[in-house]
Design a protein around this ligand. Sequence first.
Ligand code: CP
Length: 313
Amino acid sequence: MGAPLSTRHFLDLWTLSGDDLRALLDEAARRKAARLGLPRGAADEDSPLSGHVLAMIFQKNSTRTRVSFDIGMRQLGGSTVVMSASDMQLGRGETIADTARVLSRMVDAVMIRANRHEDVEDFAAYADVPVINGLTDLSHPCQILADLMTIEARLGDVRGKTLAWVGDGNNVLASFVHAAPKLGFALRIATPPDYRPRGQEIAAAQKAGGDITLVAKPRDAVEGADVVVTDTWVSMGDPDKDARMAAFPPYAVTEDLMARAHKDALFLHCLPAHRGEEVSDAVIDGPQSAVWDEAENRIHAQKAVLLWCLGKL
Ligand code: CP
């Protein structure tokens, strides 16, 4: 039996309405401002998820996703159970469906970082509690919600802004593509020819009104942009490291490349960064970098996601 129709999963930004995304971003910013000065583990004044438990399942390594969800749940008054998939019966052949049914009797929501997107969709199909995508091979919606929150805190409403993506056409980029038509920002993408994003997602976002352009040269993506974003050249699970390390050097974000963007442009990177590869020290440590806000905002953005999933937003 599948989830009740009312169960709100957070699997991709593509499936949310523009109004939902706006509500999530506004709630994240409001809660962040309201708790300024509190110790990081202290609960928000209203403790809206008091007594609630989030289970987290990791098939891949994580620093930010793991800590930000844990701290976010504490701030909402709830708690977490963190599991490595390899330590679970899931790793010994228990089915995703049975795992989803069992956890649905024990916790209030489940966050999964999975190798295969279809496994998270499968889990959600059998769970009676909300399931949150904490990164798959295809997307990273929590990260992009935090990125959009960071942009808006520094530059105001993201609508009408131009974001330049330079580097790998990966899962993180896919979530930007999903959000572009919903929130009305332009996205210019420069990737090596062999590492372009998936065509069907670009086509769907363009059909939905997204202003999305693929260009060959990084400078053509970055020219006049409000935000420059990149990511590691070799993500977890990528098998072709040598080919990637040969293809990506022209796509490094350096001071020279940043100088082509708007003078007040932000630099974002979801981290972990490989300094001296996709980004220079001067850029990531420089005045235009917002990467530490971006990392912190994972907490605040995901608190809004948890409230939305549990029907409190
Ligand atoms: N950006 C991100 O998802 O970080 P982690 O891999 O450390 O969770």
